[in-house]
Design a binder for this molecule. Structure first.
Ligand code: IPE
Ligand code: IPE
Ligand code: MG
Length: 244
């Protein structure tokens, strides 16, 4: 590791909007899918870097519910790339003791990707070092709508009283119910927006935007982001004096 981190200040949950594959490819005069293919290496490096410094949960935004609106050819390539990468990366997840999970409308993924995903999730279920959480066909507003529906059902069936609904209830009905809040959100490619990602879960996350395009994101870029995180003072509404 090239950096000396304060081991007391490693973010528990890091979430990344992996953006800029298309532009990376265009800059090289190639088709957008070339960027997606080269983004896989960045995913691998980031997973390793995060596990090495002791991040407990890494959530990667790999495909949004809105991304289904892209040209069919690009969507198809992304889906085959997903299935192939899961197959290929399975061994290194095992070796590194990483548990795979997924959030999103997983039913809408093609069968091959779904089956591959289920298999790796099952086989890595008892791994303990880090949770790798893939956001696939994920949309935060849909997630919230689904939570409202299942909470309402419980109220109608007298399993839950309205006056007992609190923040924890909402949390427990999101796809991320068993995960801690996001501490640190990274977005590559220079865009400074959230794009329907983890709206509830990032309520108090530190945000980090870098111009680096996703396929160029290496371990050192991740460490640079973590160094920046460690300089932040998370006040949660309090004064600086109260924190110290
Ligand atoms: C991120 O890169 C990957 C996905 C959204 C699947 P993009 O494909 O959005 O790349 P840009 O933003 O067009 O450069
Ligand atoms: C967000 O990136 C989704 C993923 C990184 C998977 P997009 O490239 O789809 O986001 P917008 O459309 O630029 O906001
Ligand atoms: Mg993009």
């Amino acid at each position: 590791m090239n950096n000396n981190f304060d081991t007391q200040k490693i973010p528990n949950h890091v979430a990344i909007i992996m953006d800029g594959n298309g532009r990376w490819a265009k800059q090289k005069g190639r088709l957008r899918v070339f960027g997606h293919k080269n983004g896989v290496q960045a995913v691998r490096e980031t997973i390793e870097a995060a596990a090495e410094i002791g991040v407990k949960v890494l959530t990667l935004y790999a495909f949004s519910s809105e991304n289904w609106s892209r040209p069919k050819k690009e969507v198809d390539t992304l889906m085959s790339l997903l299935a192939a990468s899961l197959k290929k990366e399975f061994k290194s997840l095992q070796k590194n003791d990483i548990q795979l999970r997924a959030i999103g409308d997983l039913q809408s993924l093609p069968n091959k990707a779904q089956n591959q995903l289920k298999e790796v999730i099952k086989k890595t279920a008892s791994n303990n070092r880090m949770i790798l959480n893939l956001a696939l066909s994920y949309g935060s507003r849909t997630e919230i709508v689904n939570a409202v529906k299942s909470i309402s059902k419980k109220v109608v069936n007298n399993e839950l009283k309205i006056e007992n609904i609190d923040k924890k209830t909402i949390n427990n009905h999101l796809y991320t119910f068993s995960l801690p809040d996001v501490d640190f959100l990274i977005r590559t490619s220079g865009e400074q927006r959230i794009s329907n990602f983890l709206l509830w879960q990032i309520a108090y996350a530190e945000l980090y935007f870098t111009k680096t395009l996703w396929p160029d994101f290496k371990k050192q870029n991740f460490y640079d982001a973590i160094s920046e995180y460690q300089k932040r003072e998370r006040r949660y509404g309090k004064t600086s004096e109260q924190i110290k």
